[in-house]
Structure formats: structure tokens, C-alpha cells
Ligand binder design. Structure first.
Ligand SMILES: *[C@@H]1O[C@H](CO)[C@@H](O)[C@H](O)[C@H]1NC(C)=O
Ligand SMILES: *[C@@H]1O[C@H](CO)[C@@H](O)[C@H](O)[C@H]1NC(C)=O
Length: 187
């Protein structure tokens, strides 16, 4: 009796251990890389951000401006709210891996400098439901910009790091843009 109870307990423990191992060993999806180090996890996430002002269902909308914004070459004072799809590939129809939700505002009078205050919330694989917070300057006309990642949730709790962004396409008439993000965080 005691023997079979002990075997049952052992079997249950092994099942629990196996499901724990399966959970923790879930591979990162293709657009992500996870590297466990002795002191934490290094994560690299690469995706495309689709900022679309045109069409009947824009994902980026200008919600406020200053009196002189439209006379400013840098659109100083314009505030844009976005709910932009993040995709695995450059094509808007490629796999959706998350959404960039938040706002950016033109904070430069003599240079194009946006203040980004945005969540990147992921929808794919092990990152489904986890978010990163971006907060910082985006000199959008530069070939490559660096922005701070100041925190995260879910699998990305306590994340800190940086995002490197490169514009892949920009339409000067309607403002539509596709930007490649290469994000590296540690937690
Ligand atoms: C992400 O999580 C939501 C809510 O739990 C679920 O409905 C959805 O199917 C998941 N998506 C993927 C791609 O796993
Ligand atoms: C993405 O950023 C990381 C960290 O800065 C860098 O090592 C890597 O080379 C970048 N990837 C590409 C494809 O540029």
C-alpha cells in the first residue's frame, strides 16, 4: 500500500516536472531569439512596424496639434496616436506578431524628433500577451535610431534594453511608413 502510494507520488512528480520542462523549453518563434545566461535572459526581437495614415481605416491618426504645427517644417506640436500592426516580414500581409500601441509627438523645432511613448504588445508564440514599453527620442529621418526600452510585462517583466529602428519605406505625401525594429532586451 505504502509502496504503491510512493510510486504514485513519484509518477505525479515526474509528470509535473515534465510539464514544467515543456513550458520553460517552449521555443521562441522565428522573429525572436532567447539566450539564457547565468544572470538572466537576453532577448532579440525583430519585426516590421506599419504606420498607416492613408485609407479608410488608418492605424495612425493625428489627434492634436499646436496653432503653428502646419507651418512648421518638423510639424512641431503634432501628436499622433497609433495602433500599428507589427509583422514578421516587411509585407503588411505577413504574419502578425504584435501591435505597437501608443503615441508619438513632434518634439523638435529645428529637427524631426519624435517623442515615442508606446507599448509593443506581442501576440505570437511564447510572447503572446507580453509587452515592452518604449520611451524616448526618435530622430525619424536618421537612417538608424536608437530608443530606450524601459520595461516590460509577462515573459518580458523587468526588461530593459534598446530598440534600433530603420525606415524601410516612407510616403512623403500621406506619411505612411514601414519601419524595421531590432529590439534587444535583458531581464
Ligand atoms: C494569444 O492568446 C490569446 C488569449 O489567450 C489567444 O486567444 C490567442 O489564440 C493566442 N494567439 C496565439 C497566436 O497563440
Ligand atoms: C540587431 O541588433 C543587435 C544588437 O544591437 C545586433 O547585434 C544585430 O547585428 C542586429 N541585427 C541586424 C540584422 O542588424
Amino acid at each position: 500500500m505504502a509502496m504503491s502510494a510512493a510510486i504514485l507520488v513519484l509518477a505525479l512528480q515526474m509528470m509535473a516536472l515534465r510539464s514544467w520542462a515543456q513550458r520553460t523549453a517552449s521555443p521562441a518563434p522565428g522573429w525572436a531569439q532567447r539566450l539564457e545566461t547565468g544572470t538572466g535572459t537576453m532577448t532579440n526581437l525583430q519585426f516590421y512596424f506599419h504606420d498607416t495614415f492613408s485609407g479608410s481605416n488608418p492605424s495612425a491618426v493625428r489627434v492634436a496639434e499646436a496653432r503653428d504645427t502646419d507651418n512648421s517644417l518638423t510639424l512641431f506640436g503634432a501628436l499622433v496616436m497609433v495602433d500599428d500592426p507589427l509583422t514578421e516580414g516587411i509585407s503588411p500581409s505577413s504574419k502578425l506578431v504584435g501591435r505597437g500601441q501608443g503615441l508619438y509627438g513632434s518634439a523638435g523645432q529645428s529637427e524631426v524628433a519624435f517623442l515615442m511613448a508606446m507599448s509593443f504588445c506581442f501576440l505570437d508564440g511564447v510572447y503572446n500577451g507580453s509587452c515592452l514599453s518604449v520611451l524616448g527620442k526618435n530622430a525619424a529621418l536618421n537612417y538608424e535610431r536608437e530608443m530606450p526600452i524601459v520595461g516590460g510585462t509577462g515573459l518580458l517583466r523587468f526588461a530593459r534594453g534598446y530598440a534600433l529602428a530603420q525606415t524601410q519605406m516612407a510616403n512623403p505625401i500621406n506619411g505612411d511608413a514601414i519601419v524595421w525594429y531590432n529590439v534587444t532586451v535583458f531581464n
